[in-house]
Design a protein around this ligand. Structure first.
Ligand SMILES: *[C@@H]1O[C@H](CO)[C@@H](O)[C@H](O)[C@H]1NC(C)=O
Length: 370
């Protein structure tokens, strides 16, 4: 099997660009060490005093935290208000944990505390959804500060120049590699070649899930390789677990979590089967304008969320699970539906502003407040 990445030249360009940044950021390495060392508590503290992921959605006139029309970072898929969504009530919901309050997002403080640091989201379009929400939240806090956007496939970056903070998203559907071989495209469950680039960042937020069950024309690989055996297909949940384990082993062996904080963005739910929310017969989110009240989702946790927790529980290094599955399941009203640039029915992504702002409030709470 060839070990060359198919788009290695574009990768090298990105690498060169970021090498330059890296030299600059090395100057700040002492700050990283000072502020991050010995901070394993950031995982247990929240679980000990308050589980922020257990709660319910409450209507709050003070939300949303920004006007999406003044945010320049939202792609057409997520810009529901711009593409005519008539009912905007989904913007006014705030996540209320059962046993504590979620701190209000303070973008200026976030940027000041992250000075000199590089934040990288890695994953599919749900990572872009998460990242663009963070960019909007930060931009709304410091609307007049200098921002420098750049695209260098597969990485999109925005630098908040006055704060020396970069926020990037690295497009990766599976975290493990898909390689062009003679026989076709091979999804290799044991190979994770982009890790050397990823681990140079100070904060990493990973996600993969939504592409694992693709088949037919939208399946972006022809063969699957596991433990040196190449096959046409295999049980997809087993494949997902193996890839996550490859990722977890890489974190445990290669990532210095004293200087790089690692998050996993939990499984983001879709809403195409009304049986899950006690509306049998409903096959999408088109008519949904209200969250589900209370703290539990009738459909229960998806199996992927359970597999993810099992893999994370076996790791030796600290990884914070942004456990957004249940709180997002309650937001059947939070998807673009047909109010997006492409008009197709989308009950997978999330409108910006919206649910992903809450994911970022949770990220902010874990990064800044401990
Ligand atoms: C919706 O979910 C229910 C319960 O899991 C299942 O029995 C049903 O087949 C699903 N419907 C569709 C259209 O997939």
């Amino acid at each position: 099997m060839s070990k060359q990445r198919s788009s290695s030249s574009s990768y090298n360009n990105v690498f060169t660009l970021f090498l330059t940044f890296h030299v600059v950021f090395l100057t700040f390495a002492c700050f990283c060490l000072a502020s991050v060392a010995g901070k394993h508590v950031y995982r247990s503290k929240q679980q000990g005093s308050c589980n922020m992921y257990d709660g319910s959605w409450v209507y709050d006139e003070l939300y949303p935290l920004y006007d999406s029309s003044s945010c320049p970072f939202i792609r057409g898929e997520f810009n529901c208000k711009k593409y005519g969504r008539p009912n905007l009530r989904y913007l006014n919901y705030r996540w209320q944990p059962s046993h504590c309050d979620l701190p209000r997002f303070d973008g200026k403080k976030f940027l000041e505390q992250m000075k000199g640091k590089k934040i990288l989201f890695v994953g599919d379009s749900l990572s872009a959804d998460h990242c663009e929400s963070l960019l909007c939240l930060l931009h709304a806090s410091v609307p007049n500060s200098n921002v420098i956007p750049s695209v260098n496939d597969p990485v999109t970056t925005v630098v908040f120049k006055d704060y020396d903070v970069s926020v990037s998203v690295f497009h990766s559907l599976f975290l493990v590699d898909v390689e062009d071989e003679k026989i076709g495209r091979v999804l290799n469950l044991d190979s994770l070649k982009n890790g050397d680039y990823w681990k140079k960042h100070d904060v990493l937020i990973f996600n993969t899930w939504h592409w694992w069950y693709r088949s037919g024309a939208s399946q972006p690989w022809d063969y699957i390789e596991d433990d040196k055996k190449v096959m046409k297909d295999m049980d997809r949940m087993v494949a997902f677990r193996k890839a996550l384990t490859t990722w977890a082993n890489w974190i445990d062996s290669d990532v210095n979590t004293e200087t790089t904080k690692v998050f996993f963005q939990g499984i983001s739910p879709s809403h195409y089967n009304g049986t899950d929310w006690n509306e049998p017969g409903v096959t999408n989110c088109a008519k949904e304008t209200e969250p589900i009240s209370g703290s539990s989702y009738p459909g229960g946790l998806p199996e992927a969320a359970i597999v993810l927790k099992q893999v994370l529980s076996k790791m030796t290094k600290p990884v914070h699970l942004l456990d957004i599955t249940t709180l997002s399941q309650l937001r059947k009203d939070g998807h673009p539906s047909s109010y997006n640039k492409y008009k197709g029915m989308d009950c997978t992504h999330w409108c910006i502003a919206g649910v992903t702002d809450t994911w970022n409030q949770l990220l902010h709470a874990s990064l800044i407040l401990d």
